[in-house]
Design a protein around this ligand. Structure first.
Ligand code: DER
Length: 231
C-alpha cells in the first residue's frame, strides 16, 4: 500500500467531515490508520468535537491511542458517517470486506451510519468481485457450525469455504466476537444481493463480508498520490 495514496486519501476524505459534533464510525485494517491519524490532527487543529465508534478491538485501540473520544452504539446508535476500508470494490460498489476478520462489527456500524464511506488503494478497484481479491468472501460463523456451514455453502453456491487458520497462534482465527471465519472461494460471479441473504439464512452464520448497496462513496488512493472517487 503506498503511503502517499493513503495520506492523500484521508486529506480529501476528511474535508467531507465539515460539521462539528459528528459521530464517526471508525473501520478496521491498515488504510483506516491514515484516516484516523488525519482525523485526530484535525480535531486538535480545529478543536472539532467528534465522538468515534469502533468496529473492532483494533479500531478501539486506534481511537484511544489518538486520544479521540470513544463511544459505542448504546450511546450513539445513529452515526453521521462511518469510514472503513475494503478488500475489493466492484462496479456497483458492492464490497468484499473482512480480510482483517472484523466484518460483523464493521457491517453493524456501517448500517447505523447515515453515510458509509470507503477508502482503499487503487488495487481494490475491480470490475467484478474476485478479479483482484483472491481470498474469497469471509463468512463469520458460530464455531460449532463451521463444518455444516462450509458444506452448505459449497453445495448451494459452489467453490470451497475454508476455515481461516491463525498465523501466530495454533488453530483457527477467533474473531472479536469469539467466532470463526470461513473464506468462501467462489468460482464465478453471483447475484451478490441474493447470495448474501441466502448465506445469512444458513443456521450458524453470523455475517458475511458482502456489503451490498451500503457504500455511498469510495475514495481510491492512486499510485501517483491522486484520488479517484466512485459514487
Ligand atoms: O477487514 C476489513 O474489512 C478491512 O477493512 C479490509 O477490508 C481493508 O483492510 P486494508 O485497509 O488493510 O486493506
Amino acid at each position: 500500500k503506498s503511503e502517499s495514496s493513503g495520506t492523500s486519501l484521508t486529506v480529501v476524505l476528511l474535508f467531507s467531515l465539515q460539521q462539528n459534533n459528528q459521530v464517526v464510525g471508525v473501520g478496521s485494517g491498515s488504510t483506516i490508520v491514515y484516516a484516523v491519524d488525519r482525523l485526530a490532527e484535525r480535531v486538535r487543529q480545529e478543536k472539532l468535537n467528534i465522538v468515534c465508534v469502533p468496529t473492532s478491538f483494533q479500531a478501539r485501540q486506534l481511537i484511544l491511542k489518538h486520544g479521540l473520544s470513544l463511544s459505542d452504539l448504546d450511546r450513539h446508535p445513529e452515526l453521521d458517517v462511518a469510514i472503513d476500508g475494503a478488500d475489493e470494490v466492484d462496479a456497483s460498489l458492492t464490497l468484499i470486506k473482512g480480510g482483517g476478520g472484523c466484518l460483523t462489527q464493521e457491517k453493524i456500524v456501517a448500517g447505523c451510519a447515515k453515510h458509509f464511506i470507503v477508502i482503499a488503494d487503487y488495487r481494490k478497484d475491480s470490475k467484478a468481485l474476485g478479479q483482484q481479491w483472491k481470498k474469497g468472501v469471509p463468512v463469520e460463523v458460530i464455531p460449532i457450525a463451521y463444518v455444516p456451514v462450509s458444506r452448505a455453502i459449497a453445495r448451494r453456491f459452489g467453490g470451497e469455504a475454508v476455515l481461516r487458520m491463525a498465523v501466530s497462534k495454533a488453530g483457527p482465527v477467533v474473531t472479536d466476537n469469539s467466532n470463526f471465519i470461513l473464506d468462501w472461494k467462489f468460482e464465478h460471479a453471483q447475484n451478490w444481493k441474493e447470495v448474501n441473504t441466502a448465506i445469512k439464512m444458513i443456521p450458524g452464520v453470523v455475517e458475511t463480508g458482502l456489503f451490498v448497496g451500503m457504500a455511498e462513496r469510495v475514495y481510491f488512493g492512486m499510485e501517483d498520490g491522486s484520488v479517484k472517487i466512485r459514487d
